[in-house]
Write a protein that binds this ligand. Structure first.
Ligand code: N01
Length: 488
């Protein structure tokens, strides 16, 4: 029987975890008319770009995976980066998504033209699509520190997401600037390998000790042989991580208990002076927690020094701090984080009435329920503004967002709509709710972090993951402006 369903032309920008997720779900729904534009030569997004020593997930792997493509072979509770990258590549291959990826195809602009999106690559190729989906990731624009003399350093110097694998590490004097999740993983790995490791800390972060045991052969066998057990384990981990929501979302006993637990872990630092140096002046969990059992051990080694004095400048031989001391380094690592507020930019985007994305976001990035944007029809975002849900699995977030997109794509296929975008009124009302809920959250308790955007707006999701799934699963028709002009 011939299908009467229309076939949408869909462009997905980015072949990372989110792009692969949507590709796999589109294929499952019988939609093959999509192209994934990937600027690099390989899939995997952040897990392709970040190859620094010690990289591992900070979310348990049993939950940091697609619910529809669970992997029984994870080696550890929190898998190393290379393993996650290989997993994503395998899912892309096994589901058939790989065949839809155009590599080395960086998207430069997306413009609404004649009732559809015209997408143009940096190479100048263009094509038209009914839907455009941004799956560009949230942490992929390296943030380089604005420190005088950075380019005068004589040895290898690189950002953590651009690791120079030719740079020698063993027996070297290594400086690491930045003490977030990335810096902590790098320091934990390099301690003992470097002859001297100097950690330049601008702000101390809270660290939560969560072991990362290897899975035994028996455990892997169990997960392989008993898919229902494997599924149960996925949901068990989901519920465990969701049980932290009350502590994150509102003051009360759960928050007091969680913050007490995290604070007391600092006792592992024996030297009172070092402990004082490592004690943040903000609430635990206000910034994303560092998950590590080895960071506190690393910084207590004799060959590791934490320098909390500010950096004056970088010189050819090392880093000079504001107290005039030169800290000699052979290699300099910039674990200085990412511009998490760029979203799909620098891609230029222009909607039907000539409004650009820059204009639409002049007062700060925003999205209706994290996925859609008023005035930009048939445009969906993964990890859009206010997406991250605490220390939750971004894969689970992507799946909920993909489910929302698929509902609209399905209506389009059935010929019920030609275009859809949220109304400005609904988006304003949504942000009234976001603003009202945010002050009770731990992320608004008084710290700077990559969760906080320009103007001090906290760009995370202020409710529980369960609420997120519900908000995206239900479509409130009155919140959207749809058009239907074609007869198809
Ligand atoms: O980045 P960050 P990250 N001079 O922004 C410092 C995820 N992640 O790459 O705190 C001196 O947290 C900056 O100092 P300050 C995870 O979600 C996931 O570490 O701004 N220092 C800070 O210490 C994480 O939250 C995994 O004062 C400067 C550091 O650099 C997110 O990525 C693994 C400076 C940046 O910390 C980002 O973590 C690793 C300057 N000029 C990371 N500029 C997984 O497991 C910046 N800093 C998935």
């Amino acid at each position: 029987m011939t299908s009467t369903l229309r076939q949408p032309r869909i462009a997905i920008v980015g072949a990372g975890m989110s792009g692969i997720c949507l590709g796999a779900l589109l294929l499952e729904a019988g939609i093959e008319t999509f192209t994934i534009f990937e600027k690099a030569e390989d899939t995997g997004g952040t897990w392709r770009e970040n190859t620094y020593p010690g990289i591992a997930c900070d979310v348990p792997s049993r939950f940091y995976q697609y619910s529809f493509a669970r992997n029984p072979h994870w080696s550890r509770a929190m898998a190393p980066g290379a393993e996650i990258h290989a997993y994503l590549e395998q899912v892309a291959r096994d589901t058939g998504v790989s065949a839809h990826i155009r590599y080395a195809a960086e998207v430069a602009s997306v413009d609404w033209t004649d009732g559809c999106w015209e997408l143009t690559t940096a190479a100048g190729d263009s094509a038209r699509f009914d839907f455009v989906v941004s799956a560009t990731g949230i942490l992929h624009h390296p943030r380089y520190p604005d420190i005088e003399g950075l380019d005068t350093f004589a040895g290898p110097s690189f950002h953590s997401a651009r690791w120079d694998h030719d740079a020698p590490l063993d027996g070297q004097r290594i400086g690491v600037i930045g003490t977030g999740s990335t810096g902590a993983q790098i320091v934990s790995d390099l301690a003992g390998r470097a002859s001297q490791l100097t950690v330049f800390q601008r702000t101390p972060h809270w660290v939560m000790q969560l072991g990362n045991p290897e899975f035994s052969r028996f455990t892997k066998w169990l997960h392989r042989r008993l898919p229902s057990y494997d599924r149960l384990s996925y949901h068990g981990w989901r519920l465990f991580i969701e049980s932290f929501s009350p502590a994150l979302l509102r003051p009360g006993i759960a928050r007091r208990f969680a913050t007490w637990q995290i604070r007391r872990q600092l006792r592992q630092i024996k030297d009172p002076a070092l402990r004082a140096q490592l004690t943040p002046d903000f609430e635990p969990m206000c910034r994303r927690l560092i998950i590590s059992t080895s960071y506190y051990d690393a910084v207590q080694r004799d060959d590791v020094e934490v320098v909390a004095t500010g950096i004056e400048r970088i010189e050819p031989d090392g880093v000079r701090t504001t107290d005039g001391v030169l800290h000699p380094c052979d290699v300099l690592v910039l674990a200085t984080g990412f511009d998490s507020h760029a979203y799909l930019r620098p891609i230029a985007m222009t909607g039907p009435d000539g409004t650009t994305l820059e204009q639409a976001w002049a007062a700060g990035p925003r999205a209706y329920r994290t996925v859609t944007l008023p005035g930009f029809p048939n445009f969906f975002m993964f990890m859009g503004p206010n997406s991250p849900v605490g220390n939750y699995s971004l894969i689970a977030i992507a799946e909920a967002q993909a489910g929302h997109m698929l509902q609209w794509i399905d209506r389009w296929r059935r010929g019920e709509i030609d275009t859809v975008a949220p109304t400005t009124t609904a988006t304003d009302a949504y942000y009234d709710d976001v603003r009202a809920a945010m002050p009770a959250t731990i992320w608004a308790s008084g710290c700077t972090s990559w969760y906080v955007g320009a103007g001090g707006n906290v760009e995370v999701y202020p409710w529980a993951p369960r609420h997120f799934r519900k908000q995206l699963a239900e479509i409130k028709d009155t919140d959207f402006l749809t058009t239907k002009t074609s007869s198809g």
